[in-house]
Design a protein around this ligand. Structure first.
Ligand SMILES: *[C@@H]1O[C@H](CO)[C@@H](O)[C@H](O)[C@H]1NC(C)=O
Ligand SMILES: *[C@@H]1O[C@H](CO)[C@@H](O)[C@H](O)[C@H]1NC(C)=O
Length: 356
């Protein structure tokens, strides 16, 4: 058998390529600026990847000369552009094809004058992007200026693209056209011509002028002004308790919580069987905790029929005739001769019985 001919191999590789993206993905394609930015990012990466190439590590004059020759060579440019687009990235390929001459001109002649490829290619030449800090068709400065858009405290709409309106979407704690003002719950910890920093108030404040509970303007909900500071309101100590009879109240800063009592409690003051006010029937306080009463162990017999067994259960007990006995109204009556049948049941457990 012959190995496959080169053309057959090529066809095979083509079949192995990933399928084109589905239509939905193609519909939300990147903006021209995003595509340009991505191309430049890959170009810069290609420059890094080829920077150390063809450099043997030696330092001879010949090597230096051949290296500097390679550095600005068309060979290197070709190597970089070859790695720019993924094999199935049609948009990237067409963008590259369309502007190959631009990239070559920059590489061979304009690199020195315009070292920033993004600025020269995407902003100045193709006019699909704006410089950082500017926005819109005419690349105007963002709110707060292009140096520090939104005073460094927010995102400028359209920043770096030919889109948007330059308005600011402020980070948490900031407000105002250029994000220089503090929202309620924050105070200004630094402010000069260029910088504005807002810091969070203490949790006890709704508004404040500094970081502690003594710096509150108004207290937050659940806190009250007392001796120059906002202090927590103990909602649980209120005359009418805020929780139901089968719950206990837990005060927390600025609020309170109602938690269910233990299942053995009738009313409680806290978590678990050790904080019951009273115990449910069948339980009694033992060293402060509501514990099950063992009715079978009491001095007074609770299972009174003859031959009857007593089994303790949580909160109660059951009276059961032993195996080989039958239940009648006032006694357990033997139905089998003793030893007539081997039982495999655990004698400490109640036998299966419908009345349990
Ligand atoms: C404003 O404050 C910032 C942050 O502390 C500082 O870096 C900057 O130099 C200050 N600018 C002026 C004009 O004082
Ligand atoms: C409750 O608030 C006080 C006063 O603001 C604070 O010192 C304390 O750490 C807070 N406790 C908790 C659990 O957040």
């Amino acid at each position: 058998m012959r190995p496959p001919a080169p053309s057959a191999l090529g066809l095979l590789l083509l079949l192995l390529l990933p399928p084109p993206p589905p239509p939905a993905e193609a519909a939300k394609k990147a903006t021209p600026c995003k595509r340009c930015r991505e191309l430049v990012r890959k170009f810069n990466q290609g420059m890094v990847d080829t920077a150390k190439k063809n450099f043997g590590g030696g330092n001879t004059a010949w090597e230096e000369k051949s290296l500097s020759k390679y550095e600005f060579s068309e060979v290197r440019l070709l190597e970089i552009t070859e790695s720019l687009c993924g094999s199935s990235d049609f948009e990237c390929h067409s963008l590259l094809e369309e502007h190959e001459e631009h990239l070559e001109a920059w590489w061979l002649q304009l690199k020195k004058e315009y070292p920033d490829l993004f600025e020269w290619f995407c902003v100045k030449t193709l006019k699909v992007c704006c410089s950082p800090g500017t926005y819109g068709p005419d690349c105007l400065a963002c709110q707060g200026g292009s140096e520090r858009p939104c005073s460094g405290n927010g995102h400028c709409s359209g920043d770096g693209s030919r889109q948007g309106d330059g308005s600011c979407q402020c980070h948490l704690g900031y407000q105002g056209a250029a994000c220089t003002d503090c929202v309620d719950g924050y105070f200004s910890s630094l402010r000069n011509e260029t910088h504005s920093v807002c810091a969070a108030c203490d949790e006890s404040c709704k508004t404040c002028t500094g970081p502690t509970s003594r710096d509150c303007g108004q207290c937050a909900v659940g806190w009250l002004q007392e001796d120059g500071a906002c202090v927590d309101v103990d909602e649980c100590a209120a005359e009418t308790p805020p929780c139901s009879d089968q719950q206990y109240c837990e005060n927390v800063n600025g609020s309170f919580m109602c938690e269910e009592c233990d299942s053995t409690c009738v009313g409680c003051t806290g978590k678990g069987p050790g904080h019951c006010k009273e115990c449910i029937p069948g339980y009694t306080k033992e060293s402060g905790q509501c514990a099950d009463i063992d009715e079978c162990a009491g001095a007074e017999k609770v299972c009174t029929r003859q031959d009857e067994n007593c089994y303790n259960t949580p909160g109660s007990y059951v009276c059961v005739c032993p195996e080989g006995f039958e239940d009648t109204e006032d006694a357990c009556v033997r139905t089998q001769t003793p030893g007539g049948q081997v039982t495999e049941e655990d004698p400490t457990q109640p036998p299966p019985h419908e009345d349990l």
